[in-house]
Design a protein around this ligand. Structure first.
Ligand SMILES: [Zn+2]
Length: 239
């Protein structure tokens, strides 16, 4: 029996590399968050609203690609809020450009914990209308901070702090998806209990990604534990 408990703990302790920025911070409207251009935008850096918006759309598309999560970002127009404001309206993440006076920083994000919103400052000391190399990738990374994640040690993650080969990521790594699903699980999905959840693979027509899901393993361990208990009980009764 003990060895199955150990095995169960091993399954649960399967390490995720994503790290939550702050346990008290979440986007206040994860299913309806609008990514907006701050009142100043990036025009001072020579980046037009149209160019900025297209990078924002790429970012939203990437972060929306976690179907098990209820996080849904849409790109809106201009916000009346300055990127220097410490209060960002609920349901908004805003972005603007200003000189961060550090050529080593592409961008920085501050969360407004009270409103569950955030502001992203892109460094106009690094990016401009004529130098946009890596802008999209950094914006995608910064948005991860707005979502509530901090740096991951998974080198495939868009939240990594290491050089990992990509300049502008095209999609989230599994680690980023895990982080988003952890922060904003899709609450529409009914949890049918340990064993019933095994049925959901066929019931909703979806295909399991590969191998056995965690639900299956936990379910299996639970059945095995119960079976062991029954046997022990029967032995006790018979002896
Ligand atoms: Zn970062």
């Amino acid at each position: 029996m003990f060895k199955f408990i150990i095995l169960g703990l091993f399954v649960f302790s399967h390490a995720h590399a994503f790290i939550i920025a702050d346990k008290n911070y979440r986007l206040s409207k994860p299913e309806d968050t609008t990514f907006k251009i701050s009142s100043e935008g990036c025009t001072a850096a020579g980046i037009s609203d149209a160019v900025l918006k297209s990078a924002m759309e790429k970012t939203a598309e990437i972060w929306n690609d976690a179907p098990e999560s209820r996080l849904k970002i849409k790109v809106g127009g201009k916000s009346g809020t300055s990127v220097n404001s410490t209060t960002i309206p609920k349901g908004e993440v805003i972005v603007g450009c200003l000189d961060l006076n550090d050529a080593g920083i592409g961008g920085t994000t501050q969360q407004d914990k009270a409103n569950g919103s955030a502001r992203i400052k892109m460094n106009s000391g690094v990016y401009s209308g004529t130098q946009l190399y890596g802008f999209e990738g950094v914006l995608t990374h910064e948005f991860g901070h707005a979502v509530g994640l901090t740096h991951s040690k998974d080198p495939a993650s868009v939240m990594t702090y290491e050089s990992n080969g990509w300049v502008n990521p095209k999609f989230l790594a599994q680690d980023d998806v895990d982080g988003v699903v952890y922060l904003y699980p899709n609450e529409d999905k009914e949890l049918g209990g340990l064993l019933a959840s095994c049925n959901s693979y066929s019931a909703d027509g979806s295909t399991p990604s590969s191998g056995f899901g965690l639900d299956f393993i936990i379910g299996f361990l639970a059945i095995f534990g119960i079976w062991k208990l029954i046997r022990k009980f029967l032995k006790f009764r018979l002896s």
